[in-house]
Structure formats: C-alpha cells, structure tokens
Write a protein that binds this ligand. Structure first.
Ligand code: ZN
Length: 477
C-alpha cells in the first residue's frame, strides 16, 4: 500500500490549499455615512483654468525658471481664496514654497495636506490643444498640470476656502504645504520639513499625490481599487567604469573593457536582487487578493507555499509585479571609444536602480560587485536615496483617508500600495511615520498616460470629486 501514500498526501495538500482559498474572503467593512457638499462647479473650473495658464515649469537650473509665472499663481490664489489668507498663518519657504497653518481646535495631532504647483515642460507641437491655455471643452479641462498636480493644489485650496467660509474650524491644525520644485526634486520640501521639525511639529497625517482610483491593475480584480501609497522605493544611479591603455583596434585583447563591462551587465541581470515581500505589498495582496478570482485566490491565500513560484514568475517576466517584490536594475546608458577603430581608453555603463526593502544603495553596490567579481571595475553611486519607511494602516490617519475615499468612491476597494516613483512627501518621513500618497481621482490607463505626456487633461467630474474628497477629508480631521 506504500504506493498510495504519495497520492494521498498530494490530494490532502491540494484540498488544504483549496480550502484556504475558499476561506480567503473579503474583510467586513461598513460603508461610511456620506457627507454631501454643494460646490460651485463652474467657478471652481474657471479658477483652475486660470492657474493652468501659468507656465510654472520648474528646472534644476534656477536661472532657467521664470519665477514670474510662479508669482502669478501666488497672486491668483490670494485673489481666489481670500478667507484662507484671512484665517491661516502664511509664510513662504525659499522661492516657491507656500506654507499655510490653519489653526484647529487643538495642535497635538496636526495634519499636512501637500501638493506641488510646478509642472514638467510640454512638447506643444505634439499636443492637440495648447498646453497652457486652460481650455475647457467637452467636459474636460486641458493643460499641463491638470493631473500632476495642480488638480490637488486647487482642490485643497477650494475645499479649505469653502469650509472656512461656512465657519468650519478643523479639530486639529492643518498645514497646507505647496512646493514649486517637486518635479526637479528641489530643496523646497526638505526646507519645509526642516522648518516644521525645528518647531517640533510631528504630523499625525501627511497626504500628498500618489495613487489613484484605478481599474484592472491587480490580478483577478476587475472593479475599482483606490490605491494609497504607504511607502516609496528608493532610487539610485550607479556607474560601472573601467580604464585601459587604449590602442589600435586591429590587434585587440580577447576582451576589451567594453566586453568585460558587458559581461558584468549580463551577470547583474542574471542575478536579480532577492525577492522580498514588504508590508505594503503583502497588505495589498491580503486586501485585494480576497476580492480576486478563485485561481488567483489560491495563490494569494497560500503565499507561504507559492512564494518560490511567484519569485520565479517575476524573475522571468520582469515588469510591475516583479518591481513590487525586488530591487530592480535597468542599465540605461553606455559610453566607450570615440572612434570605431580605437580601443576605448575608458568605458562606462550606468544603471538606474529602484531599491526595495532592506536594499540600500550601499548594499546594492556590494551585490553588484559580488556578482560581477571583477576587481578592475569601478562602481560609483552618482546619486542615491534609499526607500522610505512604511506608514501604518492600523491608525486613525489611515481610517480617515479610507473613510473620505469610501464616501467619494463607494464602490472602490481601498488598499495600500508601494510607489515606484519618488515624490516630495518622502521628506516628511523624517518627522512622522504617517505619510500617505493618494491623488483623489479615478483615472483610466489612458488618462494615466497623459501624466508627463501629451494632451494632459482632466474631466470636470474628476475635478468636482477631487474637491468633494478634500471637503470630506478636512471635515474628518
Ligand atoms: Zn507630481
């Protein structure tokens, strides 16, 4: 009978896995009471359109920044939102930072609402309509910054102005923190954080741009998911270089330094960084996995046994799923000799890495040195910023954001996620462990493609919902 043991064990195992998938049911959640707000739709859109027509293009080289355009925005908001300026303490931070303190009933659990009002340049020849005219047509507002992220900038101001006008006073102090150099990773946000740190302010919640309400992004889940970033991957550029005595290409060594560096690139690509299931990703699998189709439920309910298969799958396919679970390396630049018949006296390859979990740019260099095993290669970190800490989802701040999202998009599943892109809010991790990244908009894949791309535009409904989202959020904090 011994030959029956193996099939019996296998069958028991399969049944066990399937039962676990059956029991992997969505968490109970109660729909919050929806607070309705009347908003002045037409005027909101007109004001937003005027702010879009300011060409606030940031640049690392300050001499190339037209500061007048940023001042235009500052003049407009003074005109549009007089009650904010009346009630809030206002100060400028460096050249473009705008910091408002809206006094609440108490100050011990302050909240920070962030946005940036600088934009990336637009390649206007490729646009169907001008990028800085604020054209309103077919229920859409066109222009650079409509999605990234003058929309949140305007919505925060609109919601605050409206609530102040009705005599509302928040429970806690609210800081409105706006920067004009986010797109170039400028110094404004770090300076703002430093200022708050000196004042001993440790926010109970920071909300900045980030995730959105999206569809078809999670395996087996078709409905709307509101993804709120609770951490960001780190980012670094690492250069590998070699030197040689050069010489004529007619009598080369068996491997030129380009050959040796190419081998190193292949070695690095063939030895991916280790697979890690970090809290934002395991929480996302746990929340969204429970709403997934049965086949995927089998995987997400049994990650303890499917992890190696998932790892293998990710290694093979690369892409977004892989990027959620390991540090990625993309070699993007290469340089060698200046002429085809001259051996390169020096050569270099540069990689862009997105760091996950325990990996830092220092440990990434060690990993790359180890797998390439060539002492003649010089590794240099051109610049590096490690991943952020993970913000909690077991706290009032998370519940509040979730509540405001569920009021605005009642059919969306709210889940934490890990951001691949870097945003200004990462600097706030210095003074709080509650930093969240969510741009309160429902965006299709096509609309997400407009961000930093051509024909950026926002639907008027999205603007109204965004303002309502902030009205609800502010009412709760
Ligand atoms: Zn942005």
């Amino acid at each position: 009978m011994w030959w029956l043991v193996f099939p019996a064990v296998l069958l028991a195992f399969v049944i066990f896995i399937i039962i676990r998938a059956f029991l992997f049911k969505p968490y109970d959640s109660q729909a919050p009471k929806i607070q309705e707000f009347e908003i002045d739709e037409e005027n909101i859109v007109n004001r937003f359109s005027k702010i879009i027509s300011c060409k606030t293009i940031s640049n690392r080289d300050l001499s190339k920044v037209n500061i007048g355009e940023f001042e235009k925005v500052q003049d407009l908001i003074k005109k549009f939102y007089p009650n904010i300026f009346k009630i809030c303490e206002f100060e400028k931070v460096l050249q473009t930072g705008l910091l408002f303190k809206w006094p609440g009933e108490k100050s011990d659990e302050p909240v920070v609402l962030m946005a940036h009002y600088d934009v990336v340049p637009a390649n206007e020849q490729q646009w169907e309509k001008p990028a800085f005219d604020g054209i309103i047509e077919n229920n859409e507002l066109w222009g650079r910054g409509t999605l990234d992220t003058k929309c949140t900038f305007v919505a925060i101001l609109e919601a605050s102005e409206q609530l102040i006008k009705t005599g509302f006073k928040p429970k806690n102090d609210i800081y409105l923190s706006f920067a004009g150099d986010e797109e170039v990773a400028g110094p404004t946000c770090p300076a703002t954080v430093e200022l708050l740190k000196q004042r001993n302010i440790h926010p109970a919640m920071v909300l900045d741009e980030g995730g959105a309400v999206v569809e078809n992004v999670f395996p087996g889940v078709r409905g709307k998911c509101a993804l709120v970033g609770i951490a960001e991957k780190g980012i670094t550029d690492i250069r590998m270089s070699m030197k040689s005595s050069g010489g004529h290409a007619s009598a080369p060594p068996p491997h030129t330094i380009i050959g040796q560096l190419s081998q190193a690139v292949v070695d690095i690509e063939n030895h991916p960084f280790s697979f890690q299931l970090t809290p934002p990703v395991s929480q996302m699998f746990d929340i969204l996995g429970r709403h997934s189709s049965f086949v995927f439920k089998i995987i997400f309910a049994n990650l303890w046994c499917f992890k190696p298969i998932l790892n293998l799958m990710c290694k093979k396919t690369g892409g977004e799923l892989n990027a959620l679970m390991r540090t990625t390396v993309a070699f993007t630049m290469a340089q060698g000799s200046q002429a085809a018949n001259v051996l390169p006296p020096s050569a270099e390859f540069t990689a862009n890495l997105r760091l996950l979990g325990k990996d830092t740019y220092e440990s990434a260099v060690l990993h790359m040195k180890k797998v390439t095993d060539n002492p003649d290669i010089l590794f240099e970190v051109i610049h590096g910023s490690n991943g952020t800490t993970y913000s909690s989802t077991d706290c009032i701040a998370w519940d509040t954001i979730k509540n405001a999202i569920s009021q605005t998009w009642p059919d969306a599943l709210v889940s934490p996620y890990l951001m691949f892109a870097a945003s200004d809010s990462r600097h706030f991790c210095k003074i709080t462990d509650k930093v969240y990244k969510f741009s309160g908009m429902h965006l299709t894949k096509e609309q997400r493609g407009y961000i930093h791309g051509n024909n950026e535009r926002i639907s008027l409904d999205a603007i109204y919902n965004l303002v309502r989202f902030y009205l609800r959020l502010i009412s709760l904090v």
